[in-house]
Design a protein around this ligand. Structure first.
Ligand code: EPU
Length: 456
């Protein structure tokens, strides 16, 4: 065999082995079983879903950009590696990334890396807008349902690009030197498509209007920073965003650091864990404005909490006889976030009566309910989008496989709430989105450890 080919095969085998080893890790949790034990302070990390577009955003700059409070998690490392492979330089010290894209010299999103994370698609807009070309393969990511990219492709076409490809490869070329501003109507509200197109439009020629844009806080946060450094963006956080393009001129000069927002999904996940298991827990960087509907659902269930200081949530041992059943319907922001649906599902197993869940965004985000049923929850699955939970039921530890990041965290909450021991296989999938989660949970009193399977 030719040495080059052998090297490629060896590298692939090594990568597979590495990812297999990661998958062979498991969390082992000894549950509180009804005792309210968790206490102390939990500090929420920087947001995954705003850290990722922030890294892509650095491609719009001529000069280095400093990003702070970026979580040290797998998804962030993967997108950083992709950007490095394109020629950018990253100087990283813990949560601070200094990214210099000056010597970016190619437009290819690495296949292996791109296929490990869905968010690699965010890079397409900035790369195309900056270099006039982008080559990539269909992105990968969590298995939570269909993750099409049609909105990206049709919008790039409207901005004057030609979409083509060979085999699995997608190649997009800008017909003129720069993308053209356009009216982009998104038939479905998509967070990543909104961010990607907004960033592409910053460098396009002329005005772009994005209609039916997603309104998640991460989008407004990104837009606010871009505006601070000279981009002309109006309406981010509303359904219509208007961007005046810079005709290819990169952003430069007087670039203050980008300080990443706190992770609202981590904050909500820990609040649910605390509602079920805390004696007295403070959650720092819990931004109330980002979690209004979540707190409204807490009120309806009867979870008691206070804000002793701005952005600090305190949850003490619940002095309520019974939590009340509620119905949850996921919806784009400002509706109830799909990323907190499975964690809330665990809380509802402890609520009195029938709660209904309607997951409207993704098709495979209710499968975790099978795991909760194995732990003793009473569940009726109606279809892939709807289910009913009848509570309260005592949960008992068992062995489960984390299906995806958020459902995996839901199993942690269930394991901590349960009686006995819960083993969660595929712990890696949880770690890839929650920074330093093992230590942070241990510090507030969760009895959790991570182990390799012995035979590997
Ligand atoms: N959609 C299309 N066509 C497209 C793109 C999306 O039909 O071209 C549809 C999807 O199939 C889905 C809906 O639009 O039904 C919304 O998906 P969206 O594009 O908004 O999801 P995303 O941008 O890929 C982000 C978050 C997800 C989060 C969703 C919804 C990031 C990096 N990811 O994904 O986060 O669930 O928005 O809020 O921001 C997570 O953190 O665990 C996670 C999955």
């Amino acid at each position: 065999m030719a040495p080059r080919r052998a090297a490629v095969i060896f590298r692939k085998m090594h990568l597979n082995l590495k990812s297999l080893r990661k998958d062979m890790k498991k969390f082992i949790i000894n549950g509180c079983g009804g005792r309210k034990k968790l206490k102390g302070e939990y500090v929420v990390s920087g947001s995954k879903n705003s850290g990722l577009p922030a890294i892509a955003m650095t491609l719009l700059f001529k000069e280095p950009v400093t990003l702070k409070n970026i979580p040290e998690i797998e998804d962030v490392f993967r997108i950083s590696e992709i950007v490095e492979k394109m020629g950018a330089e990253i100087d990283r010290k813990k949560n601070t990334f200094i990214i210099n894209t000056k010597s970016l010299d190619n437009s290819k999103i690495d296949r292996e890396l791109g296929e490990t994370i869905r968010s690699s698609i965010i890079l397409t807009g900035p790369v195309l807008a900056r270099t006039g070309k982008v080559e990539f393969y269909f992105p990968g990511g969590c298995s939570i349902g269909k993750r099409p990219i049609d909105l990206f492709l049709t919008s790039f076409e409207k901005m004057g690009a030609k979409v083509g490809g060979r085999g699995d490869k997608i190649i997009i070329r800008s017909k003129d030197k720069n993308l053209r501003g356009a009216e982009l109507i998104l038939p479905v509200q998509s967070v990543t498509a909104t961010e990607t197109l907004m960033m592409a439009a910053v460098l396009a020629k002329g005005k772009t209007v994005i209609k039916n844009a997603a309104m998640e806080p991460e989008i407004e946060y990104l837009a606010n920073y871009l505006k601070m450094v000279g981009a002309e963006i109006e309406g981010a956080g509303s359904p219509t965003i208007t961007i005046k393009g810079r005709n290819g001129k990169l952003l430069e000069k007087n670039i203050p650091p980008y300080v990443n927002m706190a992770d609202r999904i981590e904050a909500g996940s820990i609040a649910i864990l605390a509602a079920l298991n805390a004696s007295d827990l403070l959650i720092r960087h819990f931004v109330k404005d980002h979690l209004e509907i979540f707190l409204d659902i807490f009120d309806r269930i009867g979870v008691k909490y206070t804000f002793p200081r701005k952005n600090v949530l305190r949850i003490k041992s619940q002095n309520v006889k019974k939590f009340k059943a509620v119905n949850i319907k996921t919806h784009e922001h400002p509706g109830f976030p799909t990323d907190l649906q499975s964690q809330m599902g665990v809380l509802l197993t402890q609520a009195d009566g029938e709660s209904r869940i309607f997951e409207t965004i993704f098709e495979s985000r209710l499968s975790y309910l099978n795991g909760l049923a194995q732990m003793g929850a009473r569940i009726e699955m109606w279809n892939i989008h709807q289910a009913a939970i009848f509570g309260p039921r005592q949960l008992t530890g068992t062995r489960l496989l984390a299906p995806d990041l958020r459902a995996g965290f839901a199993y942690i909450i269930a394991g901590v709430t349960a009686r006995g021991q819960t083993i969660i296989d595929n712990s890696y999938v949880i770690r890839r989105g929650y920074e330093n989660i093992l230590q942070k949970l241990q510090e507030i009193g969760v009895d959790i450890e991570e182990k390799y399977e012995a035979f590997f």
